[in-house]
Design a binder for this molecule. Structure first.
Ligand code: PMP
Length: 425
């Protein structure tokens, strides 16, 4: 019998083929997936962080089934329905001063976020960061700078988007003293405002509070706080992209909590819907009130089943899974630091909560992309699913569900250690 991969080859174009594996998956339970060739694999990718409560959580299945019996599609452009309003109520209660607009994907939420910033400020320009990934639609792609391959065939981006250096202290463009954020990263905005774009033309500055595709890079707290002050000074909307780092992933409901900084607008997706396509734009109330009927919309955003799943997912997260992510993240990071002592090719161990990565380098921090691929392939042969991140694909990311247990992390570490040992021998 043909595998799912072999069948896909004939009908799915290259762009739609899985980029990371040839696995055909038939079932998922908790932290594990089951393949069409009978394998059980520990899934530390979760569809790229798209489900933070584990595959097919029984409460999610039950809530989705119940919702489907009543209403599968409502259309938030047309009518109101319970799961849509209830999820917005629960999320705004958890986040504080905010309103929410639901859509389907991270890219769509980011397009919405910049449209909202433009609407609310009546200004044209947006500043994004080098290393950022905000998505694949023409709007979100124009904000993206984690790999030129994403932009290559589509030049002629939407105009008035500018890029600043993200404070990646491991690969800092200027020397770093005592682990402190070099002034350069703050001062660059004076240069940007003096030379390229007037600050009063800037609608928003969009940043990931932990960069995702760019390599799981955590900015220094003082930098994020500086961004808040900078935006306040010039009336710029501070926009966080919490698509990957939100929804419990970093051991807080939203990653912004690590920095004590509230953005004016933030987007989220992936883990918000327990695997269903759901995303959201959050905005402070006074900002959201400026987004008037007809200025944005969509047919499927905030689908009733996705919102019902999102409600249960939020309950599970707030009911203990976020605390588990914090505790397990700390344990996991400690284990990865031990592994680094054993294998010096691991140049850096980083990340918050369960959004962790190790970066593999040769001398002088030169990316070791080939070794990274070999380790990931070997780990998969041994039953652990991992994927890379970073511009040079030389970081391995770890994004198990927030419900992961110590035994599963130990299982992953045993496989990882054995993959390193095999690939380096
Ligand atoms: N923003 C970030 C930070 C992401 O990690 C991603 C997806 N990797 C996106 C936006 C795009 O989300 P989607 O694929 O759902 O459009």
């Amino acid at each position: 019998m043909e595998t799912l991969y072999e069948r896909a080859l004939k009908v799915i174009p290259p762009v739609g083929m899985a980029r990371y594996t040839k696995l055909g998956v038939v079932k998922g339970i908790g932290s594990y997936i089951y393949t069409d060739d009978g394998r059980k694999i520990l899934d530390f990718v979760m569809g790229i962080g798209a489900n933070n409560v584990g595959h097919n959580h029984p409460l999610v299945v039950e809530a989705a089934r119940k919702q489907m019996e009543n209403l599968i599609h409502g259309g938030h452009n047309v009518v109101y329905y319970e799961s849509y309003v209830a999820l917005a109520e629960k999320l705004t209660e958890a986040v504080g001063d905010s309103m929410i607009y639901f859509s389907n994907s991270g890219s769509e939420a980011n397009d919405g976020a910049i449209k909202l910033a433009k609407c609310a400020t009546e200004r044209p320009a947006i500043i994004s960061f080098m290393g950022a990934f905000h998505g694949r639609t023409m709007g979100a792609m124009a904000l993206t700078a984690s790999n030129s391959a994403y932009r290559k065939h589509y030049e002629g981006m939407i105009p008035s988007i500018y890029f600043a250096h993200y404070p990646d202290l491991y690969h800092s463009v200027v020397p770093v003293a005592d682990g402190k954020c070099p002034d350069f990263y703050m001062d660059q905005f004076k240069t940007i405002f003096d030379t390229i774009v007037d600050p009063y033309s800037v609608a928003g500055i969009i940043m990931e509070p932990e960069q995702g595709e760019g390599g799981y890079i955590v900015p220094p707290k003082e930098f994020v706080q500086f961004m808040r002050d900078l935006c306040d000074t010039y009336g710029i909307m501070l926009i966080f992209d919490e698509v990957q780092c939100g929804n419990g992933r970093t051991g807080k409901l939203y990653c912004q909590e690590h920095f004590g900084v509230k953005p004016d607008i933030f987007s989220t997706a992936k883990g918000i819907g327990a695997g269903f396509p759901l995303s959201a734009v959050f905005g402070k109330k006074d900002v959201m009130e400026k987004w008037l009927p007809g200025a944005h919309g969509g047919t499927f955003g905030g689908n009733p089943v996705a919102c019902a799943a999102g409600l249960v997912s939020l309950q599970i997260l707030l009911g203990g899974a976020i605390d588990n992510a914090a505790a397990m993240g700390q344990y996991f990071k400690g284990q990865l630091e031990e592994l680094q002592k054993k294998y010096p090719v691991i140049g850096d161990v980083r990340g918050l909560g369960l959004m962790l990565a190790i970066e593999l380098v040769k001398d002088n921090k030169v990316p070791d992309t080939a070794l990274t691929s070999r380790i990931i392939e070997t780990a998969l042969e041994k039953g652990l699913l991992l994927i890379n991140c970073g511009t040079y694909h030389n970081a391995i990311r770890f994004i198990p569900p927030c419900t992961v247990c110590k035994e599963e992390i130990d299982e992953a570490m045993t496989i990882l250690d054995s993959a390193f040992s095999e690939c380096l021998s």
